[in-house]
Design a protein around this ligand. Structure first.
Ligand SMILES: [Ca+2]
Length: 396
């Protein structure tokens, strides 16, 4: 039975949390430490675009399809009942099929530590004919590493003819903020996000660095000649990102969405458009973990504000736009996994506003790393950890 508890109007919550309901000018305003509300809510920077927050208790649950995955990070749904490919951050590439996990040979050798390792996986837009798989991973060691893109052909349980076809221009001296999501666009170009490297946050504003950016590549890994920024690193699509952990396209509208780990209280949902600067670290709604201020600016000229922020942080990871016939009342909704938030967050966006949010699977209490919608309209989840699981959402 559906039990939905309408907890609170998020507009009211915004006033409670931020105390800035009149928000006339968000610029130059020092960020104030924010008290945690009873339930994790989301607000938008202007305070105007808000939606009610609901918590679903019994409507939705999960079934385990596979377990024992070593920090699974990304997944891709294969056509023709060939199963699901899964990257393990500290392991390799697995295939789930008919209730069993099989390890593929030929995975790239990644630097596996902290937030680094094997990351996202995507199928070629022409997979039916070319069988190509794309994997983002981290190359190098603790003192010097970078994001890289690997491609190979899937042949039975092997990745063959594997090659690294793109690497970020900039090396990091940190093992943090190395997230990299992959997203193919309808024109068959590939968006590859790259985190700022934590210690190098300012590089997110450096046009010649790939840190804190989304880069647009062709299927051969060659940066697309983009017209969006002057004198930038090749293929620059958007900039000013901290650490994108979710990247998804709405196959109907073409809208590109990202979820981004911010500092404390600064997690963001962003509507990604080519040529835009998303601000980090010049603007942020978050604070350092010790409560100190990173930037006094929450907004600035030339910066695209986040679509929504989460206060407190839920550490969103994995993002999918639901377009499927199985759950027609969810058509067009965004689904974000959450790590520290231990939930699946459903968001409805209409006419430029987040009009509703729903907390799902809170009762399961697991860190969710990735979310995927299958062609049949099923929602698949990957849970984080050394005994990571592939799960399917069940709606009763
Ligand atoms: Ca931002």
């Amino acid at each position: 039975m559906l039990i939905r508890l309408r907890l609170i109007c998020a507009a009211c919550l915004f006033l409670l949390i931020c105390g800035c309901g009149q928000s006339v000018d968000q610029t130059e305003k020092p960020a104030e430490p924010k008290a945690a509300p009873a339930i994790q809510a989301s607000v938008t920077p202007t305070g105007a675009k808000t939606g009610s927050l609901e918590q679903s208790e019994e409507e939705v649950t999960v079934v385990n399809l596979a377990q024992g995955l070593d920090h699974p990070w990304g997944m891709a749904y294969l056509p023709d009942d060939e199963g699901v490919l899964i990257t393990e951050k500290y392991g390799g590439v697995m295939r789930y099929r008919d209730g069993r996990l099989t390890r593929l040979t030929g995975a790239p050798e990644a630097f596996e530590y902290g937030e680094s390792g094997l990351l996202d996986i995507a199928l070629s837009p022409d997979f039916a004919t070319d069988r190509r798989v794309y994997i983002s991973f981290v190359q190098g060691g603790r003192a010097s590493n970078r994001n890289a893109l690997f491609t190979a052909t899937l042949q039975d349980d092997a990745l063959v003819d594997g090659a690294v076809i793109y690497t970020g221009t900039e090396r990091r001296n940190s093992t943090r903020h190395s997230a990299s999501r992959l997203l193919f666009l309808p024109d068959k170009t590939l968006l590859m996000s790259m985190g700022d490297g934590a210690a190098e946050a300012a590089q997110a504003q450096n046009l010649s660095s790939t840190l804190g950016k989304i880069i647009q590549l062709d299927t051969a890994g060659k940066p697309v000649s983009t017209p969006y920024f002057e004198k930038s690193v090749a293929g620059l699509f958007s900039m000013g990102h901290r650490n994108i952990e979710g990247l998804a396209i709405d196959p109907q509208s073409g809208a590109i969405w990202s979820t981004e780990h911010g500092p404390m209280g600064g997690d963001e949902l962003n509507l990604i458009e080519a040529g835009k600067n998303y601000g980090w670290p010049v603007t942020t709604f978050g604070l350092n973990a010790d409560g100190t201020i990173i930037s006094r600016k929450q907004s600035a000229k030339g910066v695209t504000d986040p679509y929504a922020i989460w206060v407190p942080s839920i550490a969103p990871s994995g993002l999918a736009v639901y377009r499927g016939s199985k759950y027609p009342d969810w058509d067009g909704d965004l689904f974000a996994g959450a790590l520290s938030g231990m939930q699946l967050r459903r968001m409805r966006v209409r006419n430029g506003e987040v009009v509703l949010q729903e907390v799902l699977l809170r009762q399961v209490q697991t860190r969710i790393r990735d979310v995927m919608v299958s062609p049949e309209g099923d929602i698949y989840l990957l849970t984080d950890g050394e005994n990571g699981k592939l799960r399917k959402l069940i709606r009763e």
